[in-house]
Design a protein around this ligand. Structure first.
Ligand code: ARG
Length: 573
Protein backbone atom coordinates (compact mmCIF):
# COMPACT_ATOMS: atom_id res chain seq x y z
CA UNK A 1 0.00 0.00 0.00
CA UNK A 2 1.39 3.39 -0.98
CA UNK A 3 -1.56 5.42 0.19
CA UNK A 4 -0.13 7.56 2.96
CA UNK A 5 -3.40 8.78 4.26
CA UNK A 6 -4.78 5.30 4.81
CA UNK A 7 -1.53 4.10 6.34
CA UNK A 8 -1.61 6.88 8.91
CA UNK A 9 -5.31 6.44 9.33
CA UNK A 10 -5.00 2.73 10.15
CA UNK A 11 -2.20 3.21 12.65
CA UNK A 12 -3.85 6.12 14.43
CA UNK A 13 -7.27 4.47 14.44
CA UNK A 14 -5.78 1.59 16.39
CA UNK A 15 -4.17 3.96 18.89
CA UNK A 16 -7.30 6.08 19.37
CA UNK A 17 -9.41 2.97 19.75
CA UNK A 18 -7.12 1.79 22.54
CA UNK A 19 -7.59 5.14 24.30
CA UNK A 20 -11.34 5.37 23.82
CA UNK A 21 -12.25 1.71 24.13
CA UNK A 22 -14.28 1.92 20.94
CA UNK A 23 -13.64 2.49 17.23
CA UNK A 24 -12.60 6.07 16.45
CA UNK A 25 -12.06 7.97 13.22
CA UNK A 26 -8.69 9.66 13.68
CA UNK A 27 -9.65 12.32 11.10
CA UNK A 28 -6.38 12.37 9.18
CA UNK A 29 -5.87 15.00 6.49
CA UNK A 30 -3.18 16.92 4.69
CA UNK A 31 -1.97 19.89 6.66
CA UNK A 32 -0.42 23.25 5.96
CA UNK A 33 1.56 23.11 9.18
CA UNK A 34 3.03 19.65 8.79
CA UNK A 35 2.56 16.89 6.24
CA UNK A 36 -0.59 15.54 7.84
CA UNK A 37 -2.69 16.28 10.84
CA UNK A 38 -5.05 14.12 12.85
CA UNK A 39 -7.93 15.80 14.63
CA UNK A 40 -9.54 12.72 16.17
CA UNK A 41 -8.97 13.78 19.77
CA UNK A 42 -11.35 16.73 19.67
CA UNK A 43 -14.67 14.97 19.24
CA UNK A 44 -13.67 12.47 21.97
CA UNK A 45 -13.14 15.03 24.70
CA UNK A 46 -16.66 15.26 25.96
CA UNK A 47 -17.34 11.53 25.87
CA UNK A 48 -14.13 10.66 27.71
CA UNK A 49 -14.28 13.68 30.03
CA UNK A 50 -10.64 14.49 29.28
CA UNK A 51 -8.83 17.40 27.71
CA UNK A 52 -8.33 16.80 23.99
CA UNK A 53 -4.60 17.56 24.22
CA UNK A 54 -4.38 14.86 26.82
CA UNK A 55 -6.22 12.37 24.62
CA UNK A 56 -4.01 13.28 21.67
CA UNK A 57 -0.88 12.72 23.75
CA UNK A 58 -2.20 9.41 25.00
CA UNK A 59 -3.03 8.24 21.46
CA UNK A 60 0.36 9.36 20.15
CA UNK A 61 2.06 7.44 22.94
CA UNK A 62 0.29 4.28 21.87
CA UNK A 63 0.57 4.76 18.10
CA UNK A 64 3.00 2.66 16.15
CA UNK A 65 4.40 5.31 13.82
CA UNK A 66 8.17 5.03 14.17
CA UNK A 67 8.79 3.76 10.64
CA UNK A 68 6.67 6.51 9.04
CA UNK A 69 6.83 9.62 11.14
CA UNK A 70 9.85 11.83 11.86
CA UNK A 71 8.20 14.26 14.24
CA UNK A 72 4.80 14.37 15.88
CA UNK A 73 3.56 17.40 17.77
CA UNK A 74 0.38 18.32 19.49
CA UNK A 75 -0.80 21.78 18.62
CA UNK A 76 -3.72 24.06 19.38
CA UNK A 77 -6.58 22.44 21.25
CA UNK A 78 -5.37 18.91 20.44
CA UNK A 79 -4.41 18.47 16.82
CA UNK A 80 -1.67 15.98 16.09
CA UNK A 81 0.76 17.32 13.49
CA UNK A 82 2.82 14.71 11.72
CA UNK A 83 5.91 15.17 9.62
CA UNK A 84 6.87 12.09 7.69
CA UNK A 85 10.30 10.54 7.44
CA UNK A 86 12.04 11.15 4.13
CA UNK A 87 13.17 7.54 3.91
CA UNK A 88 9.56 6.41 4.42
CA UNK A 89 8.36 8.67 1.62
CA UNK A 90 11.17 7.52 -0.64
CA UNK A 91 10.37 3.87 0.05
CA UNK A 92 6.71 4.36 -0.74
CA UNK A 93 7.45 6.25 -3.97
CA UNK A 94 9.80 3.45 -4.97
CA UNK A 95 7.09 0.88 -4.34
CA UNK A 96 4.61 2.94 -6.35
CA UNK A 97 7.04 3.20 -9.26
CA UNK A 98 7.49 -0.56 -9.28
CA UNK A 99 3.75 -1.17 -9.32
CA UNK A 100 1.83 -1.34 -12.59
CA UNK A 101 -1.25 -0.10 -10.75
CA UNK A 102 0.66 2.86 -9.35
CA UNK A 103 -0.16 1.90 -5.80
CA UNK A 104 -3.90 1.74 -6.36
CA UNK A 105 -5.20 -1.57 -5.05
CA UNK A 106 -8.11 -3.28 -6.81
CA UNK A 107 -11.41 -3.14 -4.95
CA UNK A 108 -11.44 -5.45 -1.94
CA UNK A 109 -15.05 -6.45 -2.65
CA UNK A 110 -15.80 -6.16 -6.38
CA UNK A 111 -19.43 -5.49 -7.16
CA UNK A 112 -21.71 -5.72 -10.14
CA UNK A 113 -22.39 -2.11 -11.03
CA UNK A 114 -25.02 -0.92 -13.48
CA UNK A 115 -24.24 2.41 -15.06
CA UNK A 116 -27.31 3.88 -16.70
CA UNK A 117 -25.93 6.66 -18.87
CA UNK A 118 -26.11 8.59 -22.12
CA UNK A 119 -29.71 7.52 -22.93
CA UNK A 120 -30.57 9.76 -25.88
CA UNK A 121 -33.94 9.48 -27.57
CA UNK A 122 -34.61 7.89 -30.94
CA UNK A 123 -35.31 10.33 -33.75
CA UNK A 124 -34.26 13.23 -31.56
CA UNK A 125 -30.97 15.04 -31.57
CA UNK A 126 -28.71 14.31 -28.61
CA UNK A 127 -28.39 17.48 -26.58
CA UNK A 128 -25.73 18.71 -24.19
CA UNK A 129 -27.53 17.01 -21.32
CA UNK A 130 -26.86 13.71 -23.05
CA UNK A 131 -23.29 14.83 -23.56
CA UNK A 132 -22.85 15.34 -19.84
CA UNK A 133 -24.44 12.01 -19.01
CA UNK A 134 -22.20 10.30 -21.55
CA UNK A 135 -18.99 11.92 -20.34
CA UNK A 136 -19.66 11.47 -16.62
CA UNK A 137 -21.04 7.96 -17.01
CA UNK A 138 -18.08 6.91 -19.07
CA UNK A 139 -15.62 8.24 -16.48
CA UNK A 140 -17.53 6.26 -13.85
CA UNK A 141 -17.39 3.14 -16.00
CA UNK A 142 -13.66 3.48 -16.64
CA UNK A 143 -12.81 4.21 -13.02
CA UNK A 144 -14.87 1.42 -11.51
CA UNK A 145 -13.72 -0.97 -14.20
CA UNK A 146 -10.07 -0.20 -13.42
CA UNK A 147 -10.78 -1.01 -9.79
CA UNK A 148 -12.01 -4.44 -10.81
CA UNK A 149 -15.77 -4.06 -10.55
CA UNK A 150 -18.07 -5.86 -12.97
CA UNK A 151 -19.46 -2.99 -15.03
CA UNK A 152 -22.71 -3.25 -16.96
CA UNK A 153 -23.28 -0.25 -19.17
CA UNK A 154 -26.98 0.37 -19.74
CA UNK A 155 -27.90 2.85 -22.43
CA UNK A 156 -31.55 3.48 -21.57
CA UNK A 157 -32.40 4.91 -24.98
CA UNK A 158 -35.86 6.43 -25.38
CA UNK A 159 -37.06 4.09 -28.12
CA UNK A 160 -40.71 3.50 -27.26
CA UNK A 161 -43.89 5.41 -26.66
CA UNK A 162 -46.64 7.40 -28.33
CA UNK A 163 -44.42 9.65 -30.50
CA UNK A 164 -43.53 6.60 -32.55
CA UNK A 165 -46.97 6.60 -34.11
CA UNK A 166 -46.36 9.90 -35.84
CA UNK A 167 -42.71 9.12 -36.52
CA UNK A 168 -43.60 5.92 -38.34
CA UNK A 169 -46.33 7.62 -40.36
CA UNK A 170 -43.92 10.36 -41.32
CA UNK A 171 -41.40 7.73 -42.34
CA UNK A 172 -44.02 6.13 -44.59
CA UNK A 173 -44.84 9.51 -46.15
CA UNK A 174 -41.19 10.15 -46.91
CA UNK A 175 -40.45 6.66 -48.14
CA UNK A 176 -38.08 4.39 -46.26
CA UNK A 177 -34.97 5.26 -48.24
CA UNK A 178 -35.33 9.00 -47.88
CA UNK A 179 -36.20 8.68 -44.19
CA UNK A 180 -33.19 6.49 -43.52
CA UNK A 181 -31.02 9.02 -45.29
CA UNK A 182 -32.26 11.96 -43.22
CA UNK A 183 -31.73 10.06 -40.02
CA UNK A 184 -28.31 8.72 -40.89
CA UNK A 185 -26.90 12.16 -41.65
CA UNK A 186 -28.08 13.13 -38.23
CA UNK A 187 -30.98 15.41 -39.10
CA UNK A 188 -32.91 13.89 -36.24
CA UNK A 189 -34.53 17.07 -35.05
CA UNK A 190 -35.66 17.99 -38.56
CA UNK A 191 -37.32 14.61 -38.91
CA UNK A 192 -39.02 14.85 -35.56
CA UNK A 193 -40.18 18.41 -36.11
CA UNK A 194 -41.67 17.63 -39.52
CA UNK A 195 -43.65 14.77 -38.02
CA UNK A 196 -44.86 16.99 -35.21
CA UNK A 197 -45.96 19.76 -37.58
CA UNK A 198 -48.06 17.34 -39.60
CA UNK A 199 -49.49 15.80 -36.47
CA UNK A 200 -50.66 19.19 -35.24
CA UNK A 201 -51.91 20.47 -38.60
CA UNK A 202 -53.42 17.45 -40.30
CA UNK A 203 -56.21 15.57 -38.49
CA UNK A 204 -56.02 12.63 -40.90
CA UNK A 205 -52.30 12.27 -40.17
CA UNK A 206 -52.98 12.51 -36.46
CA UNK A 207 -55.57 9.77 -36.70
CA UNK A 208 -53.21 7.51 -38.68
CA UNK A 209 -50.58 8.14 -36.03
CA UNK A 210 -52.89 7.10 -33.22
CA UNK A 211 -53.83 3.90 -34.99
CA UNK A 212 -50.14 3.29 -35.58
CA UNK A 213 -49.42 3.49 -31.85
CA UNK A 214 -52.05 0.84 -31.26
CA UNK A 215 -50.52 -1.34 -33.98
CA UNK A 216 -47.07 -0.88 -32.43
CA UNK A 217 -48.26 -1.80 -28.97
CA UNK A 218 -50.09 -4.88 -30.20
CA UNK A 219 -46.96 -6.09 -31.97
CA UNK A 220 -48.08 -5.74 -35.60
CA UNK A 221 -45.10 -7.09 -37.62
CA UNK A 222 -45.07 -4.40 -40.33
CA UNK A 223 -45.22 -1.65 -37.75
CA UNK A 224 -42.49 -3.27 -35.70
CA UNK A 225 -40.28 -3.47 -38.77
CA UNK A 226 -40.72 0.25 -39.46
CA UNK A 227 -40.14 1.07 -35.81
CA UNK A 228 -36.94 -1.00 -35.87
CA UNK A 229 -35.76 0.98 -38.88
CA UNK A 230 -36.14 4.24 -37.01
CA UNK A 231 -34.35 2.82 -34.00
CA UNK A 232 -31.52 1.32 -36.04
CA UNK A 233 -30.84 4.51 -37.95
CA UNK A 234 -30.81 6.59 -34.78
CA UNK A 235 -28.57 4.12 -33.00
CA UNK A 236 -26.13 4.19 -35.88
CA UNK A 237 -26.00 7.92 -35.50
CA UNK A 238 -25.50 7.73 -31.72
CA UNK A 239 -22.65 5.29 -32.25
CA UNK A 240 -20.97 7.73 -34.63
CA UNK A 241 -21.18 10.42 -31.93
CA UNK A 242 -19.76 8.02 -29.31
CA UNK A 243 -16.93 7.19 -31.64
CA UNK A 244 -16.07 10.82 -32.13
CA UNK A 245 -16.31 11.43 -28.44
CA UNK A 246 -14.13 8.44 -27.61
CA UNK A 247 -16.38 6.74 -25.09
CA UNK A 248 -16.66 3.06 -24.26
CA UNK A 249 -20.35 2.74 -25.14
CA UNK A 250 -21.02 0.36 -28.01
CA UNK A 251 -23.93 -1.34 -29.75
CA UNK A 252 -23.97 -4.03 -27.04
CA UNK A 253 -24.96 -1.48 -24.45
CA UNK A 254 -28.25 -0.41 -25.98
CA UNK A 255 -30.89 -1.47 -23.50
CA UNK A 256 -33.55 0.96 -24.58
CA UNK A 257 -36.95 1.33 -23.00
CA UNK A 258 -38.36 -1.27 -25.38
CA UNK A 259 -36.00 -3.88 -23.92
CA UNK A 260 -38.24 -3.94 -20.85
CA UNK A 261 -41.57 -4.32 -22.70
CA UNK A 262 -42.05 -7.96 -21.81
CA UNK A 263 -41.27 -7.25 -18.19
CA UNK A 264 -43.93 -4.56 -17.79
CA UNK A 265 -47.02 -6.72 -17.32
CA UNK A 266 -45.27 -8.95 -14.75
CA UNK A 267 -44.14 -5.82 -12.90
CA UNK A 268 -47.71 -4.55 -12.72
CA UNK A 269 -48.87 -7.95 -11.48
CA UNK A 270 -46.14 -8.08 -8.89
CA UNK A 271 -46.91 -4.57 -7.64
CA UNK A 272 -50.57 -5.47 -7.50
CA UNK A 273 -49.80 -8.64 -5.57
CA UNK A 274 -47.86 -6.58 -3.06
CA UNK A 275 -50.79 -4.22 -2.62
CA UNK A 276 -48.79 -1.29 -3.90
CA UNK A 277 -51.08 -0.28 -6.78
CA UNK A 278 -53.86 2.23 -6.55
CA UNK A 279 -56.20 3.50 -9.17
CA UNK A 280 -56.24 7.20 -9.81
CA UNK A 281 -58.13 8.84 -12.69
CA UNK A 282 -58.33 5.50 -14.44
CA UNK A 283 -54.58 4.97 -14.25
CA UNK A 284 -52.76 2.45 -12.09
CA UNK A 285 -50.24 4.15 -9.83
CA UNK A 286 -47.72 3.53 -7.09
CA UNK A 287 -47.60 6.17 -4.38
CA UNK A 288 -44.16 5.80 -2.82
CA UNK A 289 -43.92 6.91 0.80
CA UNK A 290 -42.49 10.33 1.47
CA UNK A 291 -43.43 12.11 -1.74
CA UNK A 292 -46.08 14.77 -1.69
CA UNK A 293 -46.90 17.55 -4.07
CA UNK A 294 -47.25 21.21 -3.24
CA UNK A 295 -50.80 20.64 -2.03
CA UNK A 296 -49.66 17.91 0.35
CA UNK A 297 -51.25 15.19 -1.79
CA UNK A 298 -49.23 12.00 -2.28
CA UNK A 299 -47.51 11.88 -5.66
CA UNK A 300 -47.85 8.93 -8.03
CA UNK A 301 -45.67 7.08 -10.43
CA UNK A 302 -48.06 6.18 -13.20
CA UNK A 303 -47.50 2.53 -13.97
CA UNK A 304 -50.30 1.90 -16.43
CA UNK A 305 -52.02 4.77 -18.13
CA UNK A 306 -55.73 5.07 -18.60
CA UNK A 307 -55.39 3.95 -22.22
CA UNK A 308 -53.61 0.79 -21.11
CA UNK A 309 -50.15 1.95 -22.23
CA UNK A 310 -47.17 1.87 -19.93
CA UNK A 311 -45.09 4.94 -19.20
CA UNK A 312 -41.54 6.02 -18.44
CA UNK A 313 -41.98 5.20 -14.75
CA UNK A 314 -43.19 1.66 -15.37
CA UNK A 315 -40.16 1.05 -17.54
CA UNK A 316 -37.84 2.33 -14.84
CA UNK A 317 -39.49 0.04 -12.30
CA UNK A 318 -39.09 -2.94 -14.62
CA UNK A 319 -35.47 -1.96 -15.23
CA UNK A 320 -34.58 -1.67 -11.56
CA UNK A 321 -36.15 -5.01 -10.79
CA UNK A 322 -34.27 -6.62 -13.68
CA UNK A 323 -31.02 -5.03 -12.58
CA UNK A 324 -31.13 -6.20 -8.99
CA UNK A 325 -32.91 -9.54 -9.43
CA UNK A 326 -31.68 -10.87 -12.78
CA UNK A 327 -28.34 -9.12 -13.13
CA UNK A 328 -27.66 -9.25 -9.36
CA UNK A 329 -26.28 -5.74 -9.35
CA UNK A 330 -25.61 -4.18 -5.97
CA UNK A 331 -24.72 -0.69 -7.12
CA UNK A 332 -27.01 1.10 -9.56
CA UNK A 333 -25.82 4.42 -10.91
CA UNK A 334 -28.21 6.66 -12.82
CA UNK A 335 -26.29 9.37 -14.60
CA UNK A 336 -29.20 11.63 -15.44
CA UNK A 337 -29.72 15.40 -15.29
CA UNK A 338 -30.86 16.94 -12.03
CA UNK A 339 -34.41 17.73 -13.25
CA UNK A 340 -35.18 14.00 -13.06
CA UNK A 341 -34.05 13.73 -9.45
CA UNK A 342 -37.51 13.40 -7.98
CA UNK A 343 -38.64 10.90 -10.57
CA UNK A 344 -35.66 8.68 -9.82
CA UNK A 345 -36.03 8.96 -6.06
CA UNK A 346 -39.67 7.93 -6.43
CA UNK A 347 -38.63 4.94 -8.52
CA UNK A 348 -36.05 3.92 -5.90
CA UNK A 349 -38.53 4.29 -3.06
CA UNK A 350 -41.18 2.27 -4.92
CA UNK A 351 -38.60 -0.41 -5.62
CA UNK A 352 -37.63 -0.50 -1.94
CA UNK A 353 -41.26 -0.95 -0.95
CA UNK A 354 -41.57 -3.75 -3.47
CA UNK A 355 -38.44 -5.42 -2.09
CA UNK A 356 -36.51 -4.95 -5.33
CA UNK A 357 -33.94 -2.62 -3.87
CA UNK A 358 -32.69 -4.01 -0.60
CA UNK A 359 -29.25 -3.86 1.03
CA UNK A 360 -26.58 -4.41 -0.04
CA UNK A 361 -28.09 -3.14 -3.30
CA UNK A 362 -28.45 0.62 -3.55
CA UNK A 363 -29.28 3.10 -6.26
CA UNK A 364 -27.59 6.49 -6.64
CA UNK A 365 -28.66 9.37 -8.77
CA UNK A 366 -25.52 10.87 -10.28
CA UNK A 367 -27.12 14.18 -11.14
CA UNK A 368 -25.65 17.11 -12.99
CA UNK A 369 -26.39 20.70 -13.92
CA UNK A 370 -26.72 22.40 -17.28
CA UNK A 371 -24.19 23.47 -19.83
CA UNK A 372 -24.26 27.19 -20.44
CA UNK A 373 -22.72 29.29 -23.17
CA UNK A 374 -20.01 31.88 -22.48
CA UNK A 375 -22.84 34.38 -21.96
CA UNK A 376 -24.12 32.37 -18.99
CA UNK A 377 -27.31 31.47 -20.83
CA UNK A 378 -28.38 28.04 -21.93
CA UNK A 379 -26.04 26.88 -24.67
CA UNK A 380 -27.65 27.55 -28.06
CA UNK A 381 -26.59 27.69 -31.67
CA UNK A 382 -26.50 30.97 -33.59
CA UNK A 383 -29.98 30.26 -34.90
CA UNK A 384 -31.14 29.82 -31.32
CA UNK A 385 -31.64 26.05 -31.60
CA UNK A 386 -30.18 23.51 -29.28
CA UNK A 387 -26.56 22.92 -30.21
CA UNK A 388 -25.88 19.75 -32.13
CA UNK A 389 -23.39 17.61 -30.32
CA UNK A 390 -21.35 16.70 -33.36
CA UNK A 391 -20.96 20.36 -34.25
CA UNK A 392 -19.65 21.02 -30.78
CA UNK A 393 -17.13 18.20 -31.01
CA UNK A 394 -15.98 19.24 -34.47
CA UNK A 395 -15.53 22.81 -33.33
CA UNK A 396 -13.44 21.71 -30.35
CA UNK A 397 -11.15 19.67 -32.59
CA UNK A 398 -10.84 22.46 -35.19
CA UNK A 399 -9.94 25.02 -32.55
CA UNK A 400 -7.48 22.64 -30.95
CA UNK A 401 -5.87 22.03 -34.36
CA UNK A 402 -5.22 25.74 -34.81
CA UNK A 403 -3.66 26.00 -31.36
CA UNK A 404 -1.50 22.91 -31.77
CA UNK A 405 -0.27 24.12 -35.16
CA UNK A 406 0.76 27.39 -33.60
CA UNK A 407 2.45 25.88 -30.52
CA UNK A 408 4.30 23.15 -32.27
CA UNK A 409 4.76 23.76 -36.01
CA UNK A 410 7.24 20.88 -36.24
CA UNK A 411 4.61 18.19 -35.84
CA UNK A 412 3.81 16.34 -39.05
CA UNK A 413 0.26 16.60 -40.33
CA UNK A 414 -0.89 13.18 -39.11
CA UNK A 415 0.46 13.65 -35.62
CA UNK A 416 -1.01 17.12 -35.52
CA UNK A 417 -4.48 15.86 -36.44
CA UNK A 418 -4.22 13.13 -33.83
CA UNK A 419 -3.06 15.52 -31.12
CA UNK A 420 -5.79 18.01 -32.05
CA UNK A 421 -8.38 15.30 -31.65
CA UNK A 422 -7.05 14.32 -28.22
CA UNK A 423 -6.80 17.93 -27.05
CA UNK A 424 -10.16 19.05 -28.46
CA UNK A 425 -12.17 16.11 -27.20
CA UNK A 426 -10.17 16.13 -23.99
CA UNK A 427 -11.11 19.78 -23.44
CA UNK A 428 -14.81 18.99 -23.74
CA UNK A 429 -14.57 16.13 -21.27
CA UNK A 430 -12.27 18.01 -18.92
CA UNK A 431 -14.42 21.11 -18.58
CA UNK A 432 -17.33 18.86 -17.71
CA UNK A 433 -15.54 16.63 -15.24
CA UNK A 434 -13.57 19.40 -13.56
CA UNK A 435 -16.60 21.30 -12.40
CA UNK A 436 -18.70 20.25 -9.46
CA UNK A 437 -21.16 18.16 -11.40
CA UNK A 438 -24.27 19.32 -9.60
CA UNK A 439 -23.59 22.86 -10.76
CA UNK A 440 -24.03 24.40 -14.18
CA UNK A 441 -20.87 25.27 -16.08
CA UNK A 442 -20.16 27.38 -19.11
CA UNK A 443 -18.29 26.87 -22.30
CA UNK A 444 -15.43 29.31 -22.84
CA UNK A 445 -13.48 27.98 -25.76
CA UNK A 446 -10.31 29.97 -25.17
CA UNK A 447 -10.16 29.08 -21.52
CA UNK A 448 -10.96 25.42 -22.16
CA UNK A 449 -8.20 24.98 -24.69
CA UNK A 450 -5.47 26.92 -22.92
CA UNK A 451 -2.22 25.08 -22.25
CA UNK A 452 -2.09 26.58 -18.77
CA UNK A 453 -4.60 26.80 -15.97
CA UNK A 454 -7.21 24.26 -14.95
CA UNK A 455 -7.52 22.52 -18.32
CA UNK A 456 -7.05 19.11 -19.79
CA UNK A 457 -4.57 20.58 -22.25
CA UNK A 458 -2.32 21.71 -19.38
CA UNK A 459 -2.21 18.17 -17.99
CA UNK A 460 -1.64 16.71 -21.44
CA UNK A 461 1.09 19.26 -22.02
CA UNK A 462 2.79 18.43 -18.71
CA UNK A 463 2.71 14.77 -19.67
CA UNK A 464 4.12 15.48 -23.14
CA UNK A 465 6.87 17.70 -21.70
CA UNK A 466 8.00 14.88 -19.44
CA UNK A 467 8.17 12.55 -22.41
CA UNK A 468 10.23 15.10 -24.28
CA UNK A 469 12.83 14.98 -21.50
CA UNK A 470 13.28 11.27 -22.13
CA UNK A 471 13.49 11.86 -25.87
CA UNK A 472 16.02 14.66 -25.54
CA UNK A 473 18.19 12.67 -23.17
CA UNK A 474 17.65 9.43 -25.10
CA UNK A 475 17.06 7.74 -21.76
CA UNK A 476 14.51 5.36 -20.46
CA UNK A 477 13.98 5.77 -16.76
CA UNK A 478 14.77 2.90 -14.40
CA UNK A 479 11.57 2.31 -12.49
CA UNK A 480 13.46 0.42 -9.82
CA UNK A 481 16.02 3.16 -9.15
CA UNK A 482 16.55 4.31 -5.56
CA UNK A 483 14.43 7.35 -4.74
CA UNK A 484 16.28 10.30 -3.22
CA UNK A 485 14.35 13.24 -1.85
CA UNK A 486 17.13 15.69 -1.12
CA UNK A 487 15.34 18.93 -1.97
CA UNK A 488 12.04 20.33 -0.75
CA UNK A 489 10.61 20.28 -4.30
CA UNK A 490 11.37 16.58 -4.67
CA UNK A 491 9.83 15.87 -1.32
CA UNK A 492 6.72 17.90 -2.17
CA UNK A 493 6.34 16.04 -5.45
CA UNK A 494 6.64 12.73 -3.62
CA UNK A 495 3.87 13.76 -1.23
CA UNK A 496 1.58 14.55 -4.16
CA UNK A 497 2.34 11.31 -5.96
CA UNK A 498 1.48 9.33 -2.85
CA UNK A 499 -2.00 10.85 -2.76
CA UNK A 500 -3.13 9.12 -5.95
CA UNK A 501 -4.66 5.99 -4.43
CA UNK A 502 -6.79 7.99 -1.98
CA UNK A 503 -8.15 10.27 -4.67
CA UNK A 504 -9.06 7.37 -6.95
CA UNK A 505 -10.84 5.65 -4.08
CA UNK A 506 -12.73 8.86 -3.42
CA UNK A 507 -13.73 9.23 -7.07
CA UNK A 508 -15.01 5.66 -7.15
CA UNK A 509 -17.12 6.33 -4.09
CA UNK A 510 -18.47 9.82 -4.79
CA UNK A 511 -18.16 10.07 -8.59
CA UNK A 512 -17.12 13.67 -7.99
CA UNK A 513 -14.48 13.75 -10.65
CA UNK A 514 -13.52 17.34 -10.04
CA UNK A 515 -11.59 16.12 -7.04
CA UNK A 516 -9.53 13.89 -9.30
CA UNK A 517 -8.89 16.73 -11.75
CA UNK A 518 -7.98 18.99 -8.81
CA UNK A 519 -5.51 16.37 -7.64
CA UNK A 520 -3.95 16.10 -11.10
CA UNK A 521 -3.62 19.88 -11.24
CA UNK A 522 -1.80 19.90 -7.88
CA UNK A 523 0.43 17.11 -9.06
CA UNK A 524 1.27 18.96 -12.28
CA UNK A 525 1.97 22.08 -10.19
CA UNK A 526 4.29 20.18 -7.85
CA UNK A 527 6.00 18.68 -10.87
CA UNK A 528 6.56 22.10 -12.44
CA UNK A 529 8.09 23.41 -9.20
CA UNK A 530 10.31 20.33 -9.07
CA UNK A 531 11.37 20.76 -12.69
CA UNK A 532 12.17 24.43 -12.18
CA UNK A 533 14.33 23.67 -9.15
CA UNK A 534 15.90 20.33 -9.85
CA UNK A 535 17.91 19.70 -13.03
CA UNK A 536 17.15 16.27 -14.39
CA UNK A 537 19.28 15.49 -17.43
CA UNK A 538 22.11 17.65 -16.09
CA UNK A 539 22.14 15.84 -12.76
CA UNK A 540 24.47 12.91 -12.26
CA UNK A 541 24.54 9.39 -10.97
CA UNK A 542 21.95 8.32 -8.43
CA UNK A 543 20.35 11.77 -8.26
CA UNK A 544 19.73 11.73 -12.00
CA UNK A 545 18.26 8.23 -11.83
CA UNK A 546 15.97 9.24 -8.99
CA UNK A 547 14.80 12.38 -10.78
CA UNK A 548 14.13 10.46 -13.96
CA UNK A 549 12.03 8.06 -11.91
CA UNK A 550 10.07 10.97 -10.41
CA UNK A 551 9.45 12.38 -13.91
CA UNK A 552 8.35 9.02 -15.19
CA UNK A 553 6.07 8.31 -12.25
CA UNK A 554 4.46 11.75 -12.59
CA UNK A 555 3.81 11.14 -16.29
CA UNK A 556 2.32 7.73 -15.54
CA UNK A 557 0.02 9.08 -12.84
CA UNK A 558 -1.16 11.93 -15.08
CA UNK A 559 -1.79 9.54 -17.98
CA UNK A 560 -3.63 7.06 -15.75
CA UNK A 561 -5.65 9.79 -14.08
CA UNK A 562 -6.65 11.19 -17.46
CA UNK A 563 -7.44 7.68 -18.72
CA UNK A 564 -9.92 7.25 -15.87
CA UNK A 565 -11.60 10.41 -17.13
CA UNK A 566 -11.59 9.11 -20.70
CA UNK A 567 -8.97 11.64 -21.81
CA UNK A 568 -5.99 10.58 -23.88
CA UNK A 569 -2.47 11.79 -23.20
CA UNK A 570 -0.34 12.28 -26.33
CA UNK A 571 3.41 11.58 -26.15
CA UNK A 572 4.16 14.89 -27.80
CA UNK A 573 2.15 17.97 -28.56
N1 ARG B 1 -34.00 9.21 -22.26
C1 ARG B 1 -34.10 10.00 -21.07
C2 ARG B 1 -33.95 11.49 -21.43
O1 ARG B 1 -33.48 11.83 -22.49
C3 ARG B 1 -33.05 9.66 -20.04
C4 ARG B 1 -33.15 8.28 -19.46
C5 ARG B 1 -32.43 8.17 -18.14
N2 ARG B 1 -32.43 6.84 -17.58
C6 ARG B 1 -33.46 6.28 -16.96
N3 ARG B 1 -33.35 5.04 -16.52
N4 ARG B 1 -34.59 6.92 -16.74
O2 ARG B 1 -34.30 12.33 -20.61
Amino acid sequence: MTDLESLLNDRLAAAFAAVAGEPVDPVVRRSQHADFQADGALPLARRLGRAPRDIAADALGRADLADLVATAEISGPGFINLKLRDDALAGLVGAMSGDERLGVPPAAAPETVIIDYSAPNVAKEMHVGHLRSTVIGDAAARTLDWLGHDIRRANHVGDWGTPFGMLIEHLLDLGETEAAHELSVGDLNGFYRAARVKFDADPAFAERSRLRVVALQSGDPTTLRLWRLLVDESEKYFLAVYDKLGVTLTAEHFFGESYYNDLLAPVVDALDGLGLLRESDGALCVFPRGFTGRDGEPMPIIVRKRDGGYGYGATDLAAIRHRTQDLKATRLLYVVGSPQHQHLEMVYQSAREAGWLAAPARAEHIGFGQVLGADGKKLASRAGDTVKLVDLLDEAVARAAAIVAEKNPELDADTRAEVARMVGIGAIKYVDLSSDRIKDYSFHWDRMLSFSGDTGAYLQYTHARINSIFRRGAVSPDRAAAVLLGSPAERALAMELLGFAAVVADAAETLQFHRLTGYLQNLAGAYTAFYDNCPVLKAEGAVRESRLLLCDLTARVIAQGLALLGIEAPERM
